[in-house]
Structures are given as structure tokens and as C-alpha cells.
Design a protein around this ligand. Structure first.
Ligand SMILES: Nc1nc2c(ncn2[C@@H]2O[C@H](COP(=O)(O)O[C@H]3[C@@H](O)[C@H](n4cnc5c(=O)[nH]c(N)nc54)O[C@@H]3COP(=O)(O)O)[C@@H](O)[C@H]2O)c(=O)[nH]1
Length: 703
């Protein structure tokens, strides 16, 4: 309710009266009521006064000297002024009164003897009505603004509202809903439920029809998601929610609701689902989705009494490619591998990438082991074809482990574990082959685990020993060096060969600590022989790939300092493959070692990667001819040719050369005849414990 207006709180009352004394009389009456009052004599003067903005109400004489009331009001309105006014006239004319009220007069007063009594009330009533009208106007404007804001919010949120008349089936859409669907609200024919259905994706239609019908029949709210075609034939995914409104008899007569465009949200959810289910590099299903597919395959096989195969495929020596050609090339290769494998499997099968170079194929509807073997052979076949990556022709192979449902496990986890074990078996068996899981694989894995845990304790229990095998100058028949060779005496298992435990130590990382112990022991022993006045021999120590870490030079320097051995007596043996990894880092490391005074030798030369560029670029001092070339050198001309090439190459590059695995005098003669003077092998001595090696060094060789 509007509060009563107090006269002293209003603006000025303007009396427009050509008869000045009468005008003053009126003003006097109003002033006595507490109003501020001014008088003017014409319409023109009144319009000027209105410009001040302080006029709250006008009391207008109908007969103004310069203009009609109608013209006055029209002019006032065009200037934007909306000041309320009361008309006074000498004519008691009801038609005139109606006309005046129509053009906006707040009251119509006859100039009779009661005028002065009635005037204050008419003024206060008109002021009150004007104030109410003003407040109403402000409220209307606020409402319009809020509606506009809401409409804007709806547009931004892509939400529209609607009302459905259940009896007539007609719909009323909000403008936002029209806009959302791309239609022009001004020119759209009336909307019906059937029209709405016709725009819904046919696949969703039956469910939506049923949802609307059920909501009405069961008097419950509507909440549906469906795809709808816009005016430009774009498909939106929307969520419509509606509430029923009942008539006086409690029967549903209308439904009001909202429709929200959730296309972006659904697409984002799809994207997230994709990311969590697919491998980003190859686009293949990832481990997540594989679990699910494998589970489905198991259910299917169990229902149809058939078998399912799980093929765990791992690329052989992929790391070498990554290390030598870089990760970009590695990624490109993996993509090509994924494409080739995809082409080999049927739609009902699943090919997934677990990460790195590991892929898994789940075969369904296969005819037992023969079918699975055929698929595995095909997979190995496509991998064996050359790949072209960044201009390089690459040849790779893969190892596959296979488990079969139901024979090898009842669930996805067991089948995957068993396929993985079988894959390791395939790797052990020279790679590039496939192996089916067999239960004795578990036994081997257990053995391996036992060995690994024993290996972890071997250092602290002092179960390692170093043996020393002499390296001989056959011309002077003297020992010029020793190679330190590691032995492990396990209290229960006895002597374990380094071939068996060094790879395990490498995989588990234990080789770092063991390798440091080897270096320390070998250097200390050599220094002890020197100090004992024995011939000053050098000591060769094998380094494994894992020991090649940035601080290797520092730890070797510390060992040399601690043991007091001069660096020139230490020779570090490494395989070719070590040099091929992280070439620039290794170069810096090898330079640091040679700058320190240590010597570097390539072990098993000729068996690894065949890039010879490193021979020129790395600071290498010695090549060791692998014993596989020496073994048949007297009978196999190819081995002899290879040995000769290595000897010539070493001479040309001003490097030393040592032949390994010399067991027979004929081998010695042949190698010496071709210029190789340094040798190592059982012919001279087997690897010996320190005291025996010392004896040999003191007493000299007898061969
Ligand atoms: N990273 C490290 N690797 C090491 C260490 N100690 C040894 N090893 C490597 O283990 C592999 C097997 O070594 P081992 O059983 O000691 O065999 C060595 C010799 O006994 C053997 N040899 C020597 N002469 C002959 C021979 O005339 N005939 C023949 N059949 N075998 C012979 O060769 C092995 C030495 O080879 P190499 O190292 O290539 O010079 C072996 O790969 C070792 O390198 C270690 O401390 N760290």
C-alpha cells in the first residue's frame, strides 16, 4: 500500500490561471494546506516552469489564453514530462470531463462555490495516484529488466521454457526455446506435441512418447534426454523436465517445463570417456576398455561353450629404437604397428595397447589352439615386414604370450597374468615367436622371484667373489692384464653363473650396487698386487648398461682415490649396445673417464649393433673379438674373415685388439699370424680366485 503523501514533501504546485487574482486565491488555499505553490498566467509560461523539474502537479484552467489544454498536454508529453494535472473549468460538461480524463487529467473541477473546498482533496488524491502510478511504472520497468536478464541467462545457459496444454495438445514455447531450436518465434505456426515428436531423433521417439504419456497417466514429473533436430538440421541433445498442473478437479491439465541444451556437456563426457578408454597415441582401446572387452569375451565364450584367446604381444628391442632414433620415431613406429595389427584382427576381436610397446589381442569365436596359433603367426608376420620411419628402414620382431579361456584361467586378471608369463617365456626363447601358457611357467617365475630376493641379500651376506682371468701377450708369453669376473656362491644353491644372475641384477637395478662392489674389489686387488711388487698389470672390469649413469665417472674417480690405483691400470669393458644409447650423453661420460686416464674396451665386438661410426667418434682403446668368432676360427673361413677384419680395423684406427675364448694352440697361431698379439681364454687359464691369480702372476704362464 502506498503511504499518504505529506504536502511539505511534494514538489511545487503550479497554478495556471489567466485571472491573476483567482490564481493567487487558489495558490493561497493550497499554501494554507502546506503546499509550495507558484502561479503563472499561460500555457507557455507553464511549459517553461516545467523545465525546472521541480513541479509536482499543475492546476490548469481549461481556458488558457495562448493554447488549448489538449495542445498543452501534447507539447508537455513530447518534452518527456509526465507531471500530473487537474483541470478547472467553468463548464459543467460531462463529455468535456471524460475527454480531459482521457488525455490524462487526474481530476476535473467545476469552478463553483465549493471549488476551494474540494481543491486540496483533489490535489492530494491526484498526487497520491501519480505517486502510485510512478511506483507501478518503476516496478514494471524492474520486472521487464529482470525478465530481460532472465531471458539473457536462459539464452546463455541454452535453456528455454514451455507450457503444454494437455487437453488441446498445444505448446507455448518461450522465445529462448524458439531461439534454442533455431526458429523465429514471430513467424512460427502453433506448436503441437506431434510437431515436437516429429523433430525428435526417430531412435529416441518411442521412449519420449512413452515418457510424456506415463507422466500424465501416473501424475509424475517428466525428466527426459533426447536428440532433437533444429531448424538448420543440426542435432542437439536436450534435457526436458516438466511438472504437471492439475485443474480444479485434480486432473492434470497442463505441464510446464524447461528444456536445456546439454549437447556440449554430453560431448565433453564422451570425450572424457574416450580419453579414459582409448590410447591417445594409437587410438586403440587402452587397458581400461580391454578389461571390459575381455570380460565380455569371457561371458560370451562361457555362454556359447567356446574358447577365447588372450595374446600378449611385446615388441622385441623396441627400447633400442627409441634410444637410438628418438621418441618421435618410436611413436611413429608404434602407430604403424597398431595399424598393421588392426588390419589382422576381426571386428569381433579386440586389439588394445597397454602402453609402451605392449599390445593385447583378445580373440573370440576361435577354433581352439590352431585358430589362435594361426592368428599369432599372422601377427608376427605383419610385424616382421620392414617399417619405414622418418626415412629409416626398420626391421623389428615381436614376442607373443598366449593364454586361453577357460583352460588357463577363469577371469580376465588371471588370463592376462598368464599371457604375460607366456610372453616372457617367448622372450627367453630367442624372441620373434609365440608361446602358449603352461602351468610350469609359474614354477619358473617363482624360482626367479626366489633368486631375486636372494640376490638382494647377497651383497650384505658377502656371497659374491671375484675371479680373475689373465689377458696374455702371446709374443712375450706374459700376463699383461686380468679380467675381473663375478661369481655368486649361494649357501644353498651353490655357484650361480653370472649369465643367470647378471641379467636379473640389471632388471632389478641391483647391478648398480653390485657393479660398484666389483669395481672396488678389482681396483683394491690390483693395487695390492702392485704394492706386493708383482708385474704392474691392468685390470678389466665389465660395465653393464644400467651402470651408465651421469655420475658414473665420479663414483669411479672416488673408487680410484680410495683404493689408490692409478687410473691407467683400469680398463672398462662395455658392449656395443651401451654406446648406441644416448650417444651425446655417453660421449661426455666416456670422455670424462678417458680424461681421467682410464682405458675403454669394446667387449664381444661384432655381435651387437653394426654402426661403426662410434669406433671413430668414441675415445675407445681396445676391441675384444668375441669368442663366438674364435671358437671355429680354424674350420670356418667366415669366422676367420671376421676376425681378420676386426684386427685390421683396430690397427687402422690405432686401437689394441684382444681375442677372447682362445682354447687351442691352433687358434692362437692363426690369430697371432694375423697380427693379434693379446689373447684371453682357457688355453692360458680359466678365471681364478685372487690367490691363484696372484700365484700365476708371480710364477708366469706355461702354455
Ligand atoms: N656387468 C658385469 N658382467 C659380468 C661380470 N662378471 C661377469 N660378467 C658377465 O657375465 C657373462 C658370463 O661371464 P663368465 O661366466 O664369467 O664367463 C666369462 C669367462 O669365463 C668366459 N671365458 C673366458 N675364456 C673362455 C674360453 O676360452 N672359452 C669359453 N667357453 N669361455 C671363456 O667368457 C666370459 C667373459 O666374457 P666377456 O665378459 O665377454 O669377456 C659375461 O658376459 C661376462 O661379461 C661383472 O662383474 N659385471
Amino acid at each position: 500500500m502506498t503511504e499518504a503523501i505529506r504536502p511539505e514533501h511534494t514538489g511545487t504546485i503550479l497554478v495556471v490561471e489567466g485571472n491573476v487574482p483567482f490564481g493567487e486565491l487558489i495558490a493561497g488555499v493550497l499554501r494554507s494546506e502546506g503546499y509550495r505553490c507558484e502561479t503563472v498566467v499561460s500555457g507557455g509560461c507553464a511549459l517553461t516552469s516545467l523545465g525546472s523539474g521541480s513541479i509536482a502537479l499543475m492546476v490548469l484552467d481549461y481556458t488558457m489564453p495562448d493554447m488549448s489544454v489538449e495542445d498543452f498536454v501534447a507539447t508537455m508529453t513530447t518534452t518527456g514530462s509526465r507531471v500530473p494535472f487537474i483541470i478547472m473549468t467553468g463548464r459543467d460538461d460531462s463529455l468535456l470531463a471524460v475527454r480531459m480524463m482521457k488525455i490524462g487529467a487526474g481530476d476535473f473541477l467545476i469552478k463553483d462555490t465549493t471549488l476551494l473546498d474540494r481543491l486540496p482533496l483533489a490535489v492530494s488524491k491526484t498526487l497520491q495516484e501519480a505517486e502510485t502510478a510512478r511506483r507501478l511504472q518503476r516496478a514494471m520497468e524492474a520486472l521487464q529488466q529482470s525478465e530481460a536478464r532472465l531471458a539473457r541467462v536462459h539464452r546463455i545457459a541454452r535453456i528455454g521454457s514451455w507450457e503444454w496444454n494437455i487437453t488441446s495438445n498445444g505448446f507455448v514455447f518461450s522465445n529462448e526455446l524458439y531461439h534454442l531450436l533455431g526458429f523465429d518465434p514471430a513467424h512460427h505456426p502453433p506448436i503441437t506435441l506431434e510437431w515436437l515428436y516429429s523433430r525428435i531423433n526417430p531412435i529416441d521417439q518411442p521412449a519420449i512418447r512413452k515418457a510424456f504419456a506415463d507422466a500424465v497417466a501416473e501424475c509424475r514429473p517428466l525428466d527426459v534426454v533426447y536428440r532433437i533436430r533444429t531448424a538448420s538440421d543440426e542435432e542437439l541433445i536436450v534435457n526436458s523436465q516438466g511438472e504437471l498442473i492439475a485443474d480444479d478437479n485434480g486432473r492434470p491439465c497442463r505441464m510446464i517445463g524447461s528444456t536445456l541444451d546439454i549437447t556440449a556437456r554430453i560431448r565433453a563426457e564422451e570425450e572424457i570417456r574416450n580419453l579414459s578408454n582409448y590410447d591417445h597415441l594409437t587410438g586403440l582401446p587402452n587397458r581400461n576398455l580391454l578389461q571390459d572387452r575381455l570380460h565380455q569375451a569371457i561371458i560370451h565364450a562361457s555362454r556359447t561353450q567356446s574358447v577365447a584367446g588372450v595374446l600378449f604381444l611385446d615388441l622385441d628391442r623396441f627400447k633400442g629404437i627409441n634410444d637410438s632414433l628418438g621418441h618421435r620415431a618410436g611413436d611413429l613406429l608404434l602407430r604403424q604397428v597398431a595399424e598393421r595389427l588392426s588390419a589382422c584382427v576381426r571386428e569381433s576381436d579386440t586389439l588394445a595397447r597397454l602402453g609402451g610397446d605392449e599390445f593385447v589381442v583378445v580373440l573370440t569365436m576361435v577354433t581352439g589352439e590352431e585358430g589362435i596359433s594361426a592368428a599369432a603367426s599372422k601377427l608376427l608376420g605383419v610385424i616382421a615386414e620392414p617399417f619405414i620411419v622418418e626415412g629409416h628402414e626398420l626391421y623389428i620382431t615381436a614376442s607373443i604370450g598366449i593364454s586361453v579361456y577357460p583352460a588357463d584361467g577363469p577371469d580376465a586378471l588371471t588370463l592376462m597374468k598368464h599371457a604375460d608369463l607366456a610372453m616372457y617365456r617367448a622372450k627367453e626363447l630367442d624372441r620373434n615367436n609365440f608361446q602358449f601358457y603352461s602351468s610350469d611357467l609359474n614354477v619358473r617365475v617363482m624360482e626367479r622371484m626366489i633368486l631375486e630376493s636372494a640376490l638382494r641379500r647377497a651383497l650384505e651376506r658377502q656371497e659374491f667373489k671375484l675371479y680373475y682371468q689373465p689377458q696374455v701377450d702371446v709374443l712375450s708369453r706374459s700376463i699383461v692384464g686380468f679380467e675381473a669376473l663375478l661369481r655368486w656362491y649361494h649357501p644353498d644353491l651353490g655357484l650361480i653363473s653370472p649369465d643367470k644372475f647378471v641379467p636379473l641384477a640389471e632388471e632389478s637395478g641391483l647391478i648398480i650396487a653390485i657393479g660398484e662392489w666389483v669395481l672396488q674389489t678389482a681396483c683394491r686387488q690390483t693395487k695390492a698386487w702392485h704394492d706386493a711388487g708383482l708385474p704392474p698389470v691392468r685390470m678389466a672390469v665389465n660395465l653393464s648398461t644400467r651402470q651408465f649413469r651421469p655420475n658414473l665417472d665420479q663414483s669411479i674417480a672416488a673408487i680410484l682415490l680410495e683404493t689408490g690405483l692409478e687410473p691407467c691400470f683400469l680398463e672398462l669393458e662395455m658392449t656395443e649396445s651401451i654406446l648406441m644409447r644416448n650417444v651425446s650423453e655417453n660421449m661426455a661420460l666416456l670422455r670424462a673417464l678417458t680424461d681421467m686416464g682410464c682405458h675403454l674396451a669394446i667387449d664381444d665386438f661384432g655381435t651387437g649393433y653394426s654402426s661403426l661410426a662410434y669406433l671413430k667418434n668414441f675415445p675407445l682403446g681396445r676391441l675384444k673379438i668375441d669368442r663366438s668368432f674364435v671358437r671355429d676360427i680354424t674350420s670356418n673361413p667366415d669366422d676367420l674373415a671376421i676376425a681378420k677384419i676386426i684386427i685390421d680395423m683396430a690397427r687402422t684406427l690405432r686401437m689394441q685388439v684382444t681375442a677372447e675364448g682362445v682354447e687351442a694352440y691352433e687358434q692362437l697361431e692363426l690369430l697371432a699370424g694375423h697380427g693379434c698379439a693379446e689373447m684371453q681364454g682357457f688355453l692360458f687359464s680359466r678365471p681364478l680366485p685372487a690367490d691363484k691369480a696372484q700365484q700365476l702372476l708371480r710364477n708366469g704362464l706355461t702354455f
